[in-house]
Design a protein around this ligand. Structure first.
Ligand code: ADP
Ligand code: MG
Length: 136
């Protein structure tokens, strides 16, 4: 459990420190659960210096960093077709990729190195579950 956005960012940083190029992290949870906050913390640890915000008007962002970081939000996707997958694929090429609403990507997404699930507890607390083989 985390008690603030900062704690969620710090936890994300600990996961990020163990990731390698090509890794995909699925980040699940309802609106406001803290998915973007988690991705922001991870991106910071990976060396992203600019603003990290939800890709609302586009499906994804790609941030330059020692290993480029991709941030996708599939909220508006209702099942990918091959053409849409073709548009998304470059985001996974040589990056460490974080995907919000991975459920909407169906079977197209590369399998996740880690799966993060955030749940509201109260206004400032979130339960954060990380499933991975990374020992976190
Ligand atoms: P999502 O991407 O899941 O919709 P955001 O990360 O955009 O969620 O927003 C989470 C909101 O909840 C932010 O306003 C953040 O400040 C707030 N918040 C409060 N407590 C926490 C916490 N412990 N962890 C993450 N976010 C928190
Ligand atoms: Mg978000």
């Amino acid at each position: 459990m985390t008690a603030s956005p900062e704690e969620t960012e710090a936890l994300a940083g600990r996961l990020a420190a163990q990731l390698a190029p090509g890794d995909v992290v699925a980040v699940s949870g309802e609106l406001g659960a803290g998915k973007t906050t988690f991705v922001r913390g991870a991106a910071r640890t990976l060396g992203v210096t600019g603003a990290v915000a939800s890709p609302t008007f586009t499906i994804g962002h790609r941030y330059e960093a020692p290993v480029p970081v991709a941030h996708l939000d599939l909220y508006r996707i209702a099942g990918l077709d091959p053409e849409e997958w073709g548009d998304l694929e470059p985001y996974f090429d040589g990056t460490i990729a974080f995907v919000e609403w991975p459920e909407h990507g169906g079977d197209w997404l590369p399998s996740a190195r880690a799966t993060v699930t955030l749940r509201h507890v109260d206004e400032s607390h979130r339960r954060v579950r990380i499933d991975s083989d990374l020992g976190l």
